[in-house]
Design a protein around this ligand. Structure first.
Ligand SMILES: C[S@@+](CC[C@H](N)C(=O)[O-])C[C@H]1O[C@@H](n2cnc3c(N)ncnc32)[C@H](O)[C@@H]1O
Length: 315
């Protein structure tokens, strides 16, 4: 049994880039190649049902590497035993969370998409603030959905703190930030970053909103206080119902691994989660074409967004 796992690990090191679900059939992880493929397909379906993330076969090395790391942690040698653990062990729920932590890709940085931030500052906020329903409370609410380790919502907080000196004077704001990955959320709450995360951050923002200790940049408390982090699976329809009353939602570079059905479900929730007149942003390579037609596409300089037209505005 141990030999089987060692062989899989050797194979990972030697030939990781070339492996696919079917290719793993050459690795003696389980008694027969078809059993291995069956286990991996079962895992792929489990991941899909739990998160909405769908891996086509060519991307399966992600699943393999994630499972290997979890099998190492649990000291399980056979993939079939790991499947059994996920299927029937009393700790299965916790283990699914751990597996999803390994599967999700959290690439991000501060000020990742400047045109979106410009659109927010120059077009969206001035428009949203004019809405009669906003004038009573004078509060702006933004959701960063799939926030990874927190760079996106902290960027939004820094931008809005700056705007409280001008456009947002006399207004308050709240930023909710959620992610499926519980480890990313813990890191986001800690708010400690490397220079690489700040590669797009202007020196003035670095000085004003971070404490620097050598190569470590800690988000200052005034920024941290503006962001509420929590773990949330966008595939959890029950919990999605409670995320209401947002003026703007950012869900950037999150739905790229979702299949169409899961994407439609999540985007439909976002539509309901937004206030009338609210805006929605995806990552720059993503679109709602063929996914949801209730939003209106809005062109901003160098970026596009989606608008939830108030019900009294005719399409
Ligand atoms: C590439 S990061 C994007 C981070 C940030 N939005 C940005 O654009 O820089 C994608 C994030 O989506 C999260 N994610 C994937 N599936 C999710 C789900 N079902 N529910 C919530 N978050 C999810 C991952 O954990 C990961 O942190």
């Amino acid at each position: 049994m141990l030999r089987a796992k060692e062989a899989l690990q050797d194979d990972r090191l030697n030939n990781l880039a070339n492996r696919t679900i079917m290719g793993i059939g050459t690795v003696p992880i389980s008694s027969s190649p078809s059993a291995v493929s069956k286990d991996l397909l079962w895992l792929r379906d489990l991941i899909y049902k739990a998160s909405g993330i769908f891996h086509v076969e060519a991307k399966s090395s992600l699943i393999e590497r994630a499972c290997l790391r979890r099998m190492d942690a649990l000291e399980i040698d056979e993939l079939s035993d790991y499947c059994e653990y996920l299927n029937s062990d009393p700790r299965r729920r916790m283990e699914i969370t751990e597996l999803l932590n390994e599967i999700t890709i959290g690439e991000t940085c501060f000020f990742r998409n400047q045109p979106q931030l410009d659109a927010l500052r120059d077009k969206i906020l001035p428009e949203v603030m004019k809405s009669p329903s906003k004038l009573a409370l004078k509060q702006v609410r933004i959701w960063s959905a799939g926030c990874s380790t927190g760079e996106e919502p902290y960027t939004l907080a820094m931008l809005l703190l700056e705007l409280q000196q001008t456009l947002l004077r006399g207004w308050s704001f709240e930023i909710r930030a959620t992610d499926l990955n519980s480890r990313s959320i813990e890191r986001a709450k800690a708010g400690v970053y490397t220079p690489y995360s700040l590669r797009n951050t202007a020196p003035a923002f670095k000085t004003k909103y971070f404490h620097q200790y050598g190569d470590s940049f800690d988000v200052r408390d005034e920024v941290r206080a503006k962001v509420k982090f929590e773990q949330l699976n966008l595939n959890d329809s029950q919990r999605m119902l409670f995320m209401t009353g947002f003026d703007v939602i950012f869900c950037c570079n999150v739905l790229i691994y979702f299949d169409l059905q899961s994407k439609k479900r999540v985007i439909s929730h976002f539509y309901s989660n937004l206030l009338d007149g609210g805006y929605f942003f995806l990552g720059h390579s993503e679109s709602l074409f063929g996914v949801e037609d209730r939003f209106r596409l809005v062109q901003f300089p160098a970026t596009t967004g989606y608008w939830k037209a108030p019900s009294n505005v005719k399409c």
